[in-house]
Design a protein around this ligand. Structure first.
Ligand code: KE4
Length: 423
């Protein structure tokens, strides 16, 4: 049935998908069309049940079809699906976000992470009057013209330097440094520091596979941005409400001027957000001159889904449990690699409920190191698990997302399948 659907989809959508990474381009074969998901499991159009580590690319953290989330969305839908007017629901979600991430003094909801990052870049330029942006190779902030240079995620998956259709003018003001390269950061600040509107970074990179910030990397960005009156923007679309209740800025104790959010804050419905210091957000229309808007921004269904999700993440023991489950999985995978013919050719990176099994001898510390991975081996491993009931992200440049629904049974089943696939 998946093949039939894929043939139909290819008549309708480029690559038969509505987002490139879903097309199995990096792994080959036919994408599985998902018809149902519950807890840690997804079912495809052939009725095959698998343990899911895509988790809607991180938007799902409680588990699929969480009863509490489904309930509030069902109730809200009966009150209408979109008003195009302020609603109490957006206040409730915003208050939860600000309680968890105090640096977000004011915020604006969007319908995607791309919109959040795009708006944050425009805001940084409006606030500083400068145009240059510093980003990092392998980081992905959505499909924004100015940021589609050396991007991660789907751009990396397709091996593209950037994207067709992006005008040279759009990226003329974008500077790119290798992630974790403190020397390059200092050089770029020495040379362009006073022209920089912002430094934009995934504080924990998860779009080149999971790459952790080197000691001192985030602190250096904070120090250099402040010294040159450029804004530090954390793209926490993945890390927000995932690597700690207060995101990476809480975990690493480095506070940005602006933060981008998405995924978890919408509980699986379309949401993004950007926010930060009140004096900066005062530039945003209608208070200020920087225009930003959205028909479905603050959509009532998305707001209640997000609030119901964040309401379950205020108990810190939830994060401990996610971290324990993920650590068990990571340790087991590393042991399975060592016990297999591939010992020394693959490695595991993990943080909180994020994990990547790299086909590199050591976990990469940069995009260039991640790109040196054995993509052919990744593809075989991917299918080896897919055939054994485990659904991994179909790209070596993504992270596995563990949810609260991934219990002992799911972790052990995953380790058993990995052991067989590696053998
Ligand atoms: P969206 O526009 O896709 O909602 O968010 C863009 C975005 C921004 N910032 C970060 C750190 C992100 O990871 C993303 C999107 N993440 C990818 C998965 N790595 C989305 C998957 C896809 O493109 O289908």
């Amino acid at each position: 049935m998946n093949q039939t659907l894929f043939a139909q989809a290819r008549e309708l959508f480029p690559g038969g998908v509505n987002s490139p990474v879903r097309a199995f381009g990096a792994v080959g074969g036919t994408p599985r069309f998902i018809t149902r998901a519950e807890g840690a499991h997804v079912w495809d159009a052939d009725g095959v049940r698998r343990i899911d580590y895509v988790s809607s690319w991180g938007a799902i953290i409680l588990g699929h079809a969480d009863p509490g989330v489904v309930d509030v969305v069902r109730s809200a839908a009966s009150l209408g699906t979109s008003y195009g007017a302020p609603t109490p629901a957006e206040i409730a979600l915003a208050e939860r976000i600000r309680a968890a991430i105090p640096s977000v003094e004011r915020m604006r909801f969007t319908s995607s992470g791309t919109e959040a990052a795009m708006s944050a870049v425009r805001l940084a330029r409006a606030h500083t009057g400068r145009t240059k942006i510093l980003k990092f190779a392998g980081c992905y902030h959505g499909h924004i013209d100015a940021l589609l240079t050396a991007a991660g995620s789907g751009v990396a998956t397709m091996g593209l330097p950037g994207s067709a259709g992006v005008s040279p003018e759009a990226t003329r003001d974008t500077l790119v440094a290798p992630y974790n390269d403190l020397g390059a950061v200092n050089e770029l600040f020495d040379r362009y520091g006073d022209e920089l509107a912002a430094v934009l970074v995934e504080p924990v990179a998860a779009n080149m596979g999971l790459v952790l910030p080197a000691p001192g990397f985030l602190e250096l960005l904070r120090e250099q941005a402040s010294a040159h009156e450029a804004l530090l923007v954390f793209d926490e679309v993945i890390t927000g409400f995932r690597v700690a209740p207060g995101g990476a800025q809480e975990r690493y104790g480095v506070i940005p001027d602006l933060t981008c959010l998405g995924k978890v804050i919408g509980g699986g419905l379309p949401v993004g957000a950007f926010g930060g210091r009140a004096d900066i957000m005062a530039q945003v229309a209608p208070d200020g001159p920087m225009y930003q808007a959205g028909t479905l921004s603050g959509n009532p269904l998305a707001m209640v889904a997000g609030a119901a999700t964040l309401g379950r993440l205020t108990d810190r023991s939830v994060f401990d449990r996610l971290e324990q489950q993920t650590a068990r999985l990571a340790t087991g995978l590393a042991e399975a690699i060592d016990a297999s013919p591939h010992a020394g050719r693959a490695s595991v990176a993990t943080l909180a409920s994020l994990l990547t099994l790299f086909w590199t001898p050591q976990p990469p510390t940069s995009f260039a190191e991640a790109q040196a991975g054995d993509d052919e081996a990744f593809a075989r491993f991917f299918h080896g698990l897919l055939d054994r009931g485990i659904s991994l992200p179909p790209s070596p440049y993504e992270a596995w997302f563990v949810t609260l629904a991934h219990g002992e049974d799911e972790i052990e089943a995953t380790l058993a399948a990995a052991g067989q696939a590696l053998a």
